[in-house]
Design a protein around this ligand. Structure first.
Ligand code: ZN
Length: 159
């Protein structure tokens, strides 16, 4: 496809995204137009029609998956994980699992390190806590609770 066509398609995406929408109907209408404009941009950039999600107009090709996954992997390793980051990463992963489960199964979506028990993002674990063990799946707090539970259970058994 021509570069001019891709530029026009991109300008259309920007134009539609900037259209005012106040009522729910206007918002829904704008979202539909955005999806169409994105699909046109994908086509102008040579994305095969089968790799365009009709609901969003987004490129859901294998390359797009690998790029999205790669950028999340880089982001997660370089930033402090806020609840928003964890939420956005999981949401993106959920959409990919829905649209392209076979690729997610083959090359898993990155999972922001969070406690398996209480879901606290790994970056928020108290690094000064002696029970903080980086690379594990449980925060020091939940680990301590488990240890206390084990001790209580052992005391019960000893009696
Ligand atoms: Zn925890």
């Amino acid at each position: 496809m021509s570069r001019a066509m891709a530029t026009r398609a991109w300008l259309r995406v920007v134009d539609v995204a900037n259209q005012p929408a106040e009522t729910r109907v206007e918002v829904a209408d704008r979202e539909t137009s955005k999806a169409d404009a994105r699909a046109a941009l994908c086509l102008a950039n040579g994305v095969p029609p089968d790799d365009i999600d009709p609901a969003t107009g987004l490129n859901v090709s294998r390359d797009a998956y690998q790029q999205a996954r790669g950028s999340w992997v880089r982001f997660l390793s370089g930033h402090r994980l806020s609840d928003y980051v964890v939420r956005d990463c999981r949401e993106a992963g959920r959409r990919w699992r829905e649209l392209r489960p076979e690729w997610v199964a083959e090359l898993p979506w990155p999972r922001p390190a969070a406690c398996d028990t209480c879901d606290t993002p790994g970056a928020e674990w108290d690094a000064t806590d002696p029970l903080h063990l980086p690379g594990t799946s449980q925060c020091p707090w939940c680990r301590r609770v488990d240890i206390e539970d084990d001790k209580r259970a052992k005391r019960r058994d000893d009696v």
